[in-house]
Design a protein around this ligand. Structure first.
Ligand SMILES: C[S@@+](CC[C@H](N)C(=O)[O-])C[C@H]1O[C@@H](n2cnc3c(N)ncnc32)[C@H](O)[C@@H]1O
Length: 279
C-alpha cells in the first residue's frame, strides 16, 4: 500500500543517482500520491519503465495493466514485474472495454500530450462509475516558480523570464499547464467529477529544483561536470557505485526538509495532484 510515511527520497535517489533533482521531484510526487487510495483494477496510463509504480506500490501484488506508446519504455515496464499485462497504445485510443477499471493512474504524462481532451474522454470511458482518476502534472504555477524565471522577473525583465520558461517547456516537452479550475472543466467534459486538486513542491523547493538541474548538468547551459561523472560511458570504470552511495547519503540528509515540505494552505506549488471520480 502506498504510504506517506515511506522514505521515497532515499529510494528515488538510489534509482536516479545520475540525476538527483529528478529524484527530488519524483519523491515529493510519490509522497503526495501516497495519501490516495487506488481501487483495483488499476490502469497505469503512460506507464513508462514501471519504476514509479514499483516504488509506489512496493510490496503489493502487481497492478493490473500498464500501457505506453514507446516500445523501449514498455519493454522495461513489462520486465519490471509490476504489471499483470502491458500494451502498446496511445491515451486517445485505449484498447480496453468500457467501465473496466477502478482507477486510472497517470504520473507525469498528460503534460506531454498536446491534445488532452480525447485522452480524458478515454479515461472516463474505461473507468467504472465511482472509479478514480489520479494524475500528477506540473501546475499552472510551474513556470513562474522556476528560479530562472524569478531571477529575471525580480529585475523587471519579463521578456527574459518568459524566454527562460519557454526553454524549459521545450526541453521537458511540456505542452500545457492547467489550473485546478481548468482541470474541473476538462474532467467534467469527460464525465469525471473533480474531487481535489492539491499543489505540491512549494515555491522554495521548485526554485531549488530548477537551480539544481543546472548544478547537476541536466540543463544544457548548466555545469557539465556531474553529467560527465554519471555518464554511461564511464560505467565500466567502477567508481559510479561510490558516487551513487554518496548521492543517497548526502542528499538523503540535506534534501530531507525540502522533500517533507508541504505547500502552505491557500498557496501554490510547481506540481499538481488531480483526483477525480467517474460520474
Ligand atoms: C515522463 S514519462 C512518465 C512515465 C511514468 N508514468 C513515470 O512516472 O515514470 C512520460 C510517459 O508518457 C508517455 N506518453 C507520451 N505520449 C503519450 C500518449 N499519447 N499516451 C500515453 N502515454 C504517452 C511516454 O511514452 C512516457 O513513457
Amino acid at each position: 500500500m502506498p504510504s506517506p510515511n515511506r522514505d521515497y527520497l532515499t529510494q528515488l535517489l538510489d534509482a536516479y543517482w545520475f540525476a538527483p533533482p529528478v529524484a527530488l521531484w519524483r519523491a515529493v510526487e510519490l509522497r503526495t500520491l501516497a495519501h490516495e487510495s487506488f481501487p483495483r483494477p488499476i490502469l497505469d496510463l503512460g506507464c513508462g519503465d514501471g519504476l514509479i509504480a514499483q516504488v509506489l506500490f512496493d510490496g503489493d501484488p502487481p497492478i493490473d495493466t500498464g500501457f505506453d506508446p514507446w516500445w523501449d519504455q514498455l519493454r522495461q515496464g513489462a520486465a519490471s514485474g509490476m504489471y499483470r499485462s502491458v500494451q502498446q497504445a496511445y491515451g486517445n485510443a485505449m484498447p480496453y472495454p468500457d467501465g473496466s477499471f477502478g482507477t486510472v493512474f497517470s504520473n507525469s504524462v498528460l503534460e506531454h500530450i498536446p491534445d488532452l481532451e480525447p485522452v480524458l474522454h478515454e479515461s472516463g470511458r474505461v473507468l467504472r462509475p465511482g472509479g478514480r482518476f489520479i494524475t500528477t502534472v506540473p501546475s499552472d504555477a510551474f513556470r513562474r516558480l522556476l528560479a530562472g524565471y524569478r531571477a529575471c522577473a525580480a529585475v523587471g525583465d519579463l521578456t527574459g523570464a518568459e524566454a527562460y520558461a519557454t526553454r524549459i517547456d521545450t526541453r521537458l516537452a511540456h505542452h500545457h499547464y492547467h489550473s485546478p479550475k481548468e482541470w474541473a472543466a476538462l474532467l467534467e467534459r469527460a464525465g469525471i467529477r473533480l474531487l481535489s486538486a492539491r499543489y505540491y513542491l512549494p515555491a522554495s523547493v521548485a526554485a531549488m529544483w530548477d537551480k539544481s538541474n543546472g548544478d547537476f548538468g541536466i540543463t544544457e547551459d548548466g555545469r557539465p561536470f556531474y553529467r560527465w561523472l554519471a555518464s554511461p560511458r564511464l560505467r565500466g570504470l567502477g567508481f559510479q557505485a561510490l558516487v551513487r552511495r554518496e548521492v543517497v547519503r548526502r542528499f538523503g540528509r540535506s534534501w530531507r526538509r525540502p522533500y517533507e515540505m508541504d505547500v502552505p494552505e491557500g498557496g501554490v506549488g510547481a506540481g499538481l495532484l488531480v483526483v477525480g471520480e467517474k460520474m
